[in-house]
Design a protein around this ligand. Structure first.
Ligand code: PEP
Length: 249
């Protein structure tokens, strides 16, 4: 990695129960984590209060999604106000499962980002191409369009981490090679420099997600523009997640 403090997020997705989450929190509380890493975990909404009250303050808590506004008649939604109220410091927005399984558009994700920013939540802004987009040479077009929607919505980038997560690598065991990831991370940094500012480009963490695990994280972490990870499956195992956190270089 190169820009700013290494950042590792654990996205627990729709997994766990009170018992398994208690065990995961215990494991994280007893793990030895390198000091120079920001560490965040995103439990399912209903377990956020349990996690906030039991997890070491060394690790921050994120929501996995939030609504476009304060709330009201939006059955099933959770607002950024609520996330902040129960102690979340971050929210993941634009995750590929939200985009491609739940059908969220970049426009909606932009609105969610704009609103979450007003509640001082840090935003883990996710971008990434599908396999057919990569194979037809459109990776950078897709990622640029997704970045533009965030850029159009965010008042500033000081509390934003970009997660590059190629869809073909998420939950598939098919991790991007360090070269593939570095290439897109460098392109994202160039995009930020040209479309936002050189300062934002040099300060914004760009983290990689997609089948990161204990054995493969350290090679990825060595790459210049890889400033951390967003981890799904492997974040459900405390010791393995700690290994990924500690792959900081
Ligand atoms: C994710 O959900 O952000 C992710 C990268 O998942 P996995 O690590 O399981 O591929």
């Amino acid at each position: 990695g190169g820009s700013g403090k290494f950042f590792v997020g654990g996205n627990w997705k729709c997994n766990g129960n009170s018992e398994s989450i208690k065990k995961l929190v215990d494991d994280l509380n007893s793990a030895k984590l390198e000091d120079d890493v920001d560490v965040v975990v995103a439990p399912p909404f209903v377990y956020i209060p349990q996690v906030v009250s039991t997890l070491t303050k060394r690790i921050d808590v994120a929501g996995q999604n939030s609504w476009t506004g304060k709330g009201g008649a939006f059955t099933g939604e959770i607002s950024a106000d609520m996330l902040a109220d129960v102690g979340s410091k971050w929210v993941i927005l634009g995750h590929s499962e939200r985009r491609h399984v739940l059908g969220e558009s970049s426009d909606t994700i932009g609105k969610k980002s704009a609103y979450a920013a007003t509640k001082d939540l840090g935003i883990i802004a996710c971008v990434g191409e599908k396999l057919e987009e990569r194979e037809s040479g459109r990776t950078l077009d897709v990622v640029s369009d997704q970045l533009q929607a965030f850029a159009d919505s965010l008042p500033d980038w000081s509390n934003v981490v970009i997660a590059y997560e190629p869809v073909w690598a998420i939950g598939t065991g098919k991790v991007a090679t360090p070269e593939q990831a570095q290439e897109v991370h460098a392109a994202i940094r160039k995009w930020l420099s040209e479309k936002v500012s050189p300062e934002v480009a040099s300060k914004t963490r760009i983290i990689y997600g997609g089948s990161v695990n204990g054995p493969n994280s350290s090679e990825l972490a060595k790459r210049e523009d890889i400033d951390g990870f967003l981890v799904g499956g492997a974040s459900l195992k405390g010791p393995e997640f700690a290994t990924i956190v500690n792959s900081v270089t």
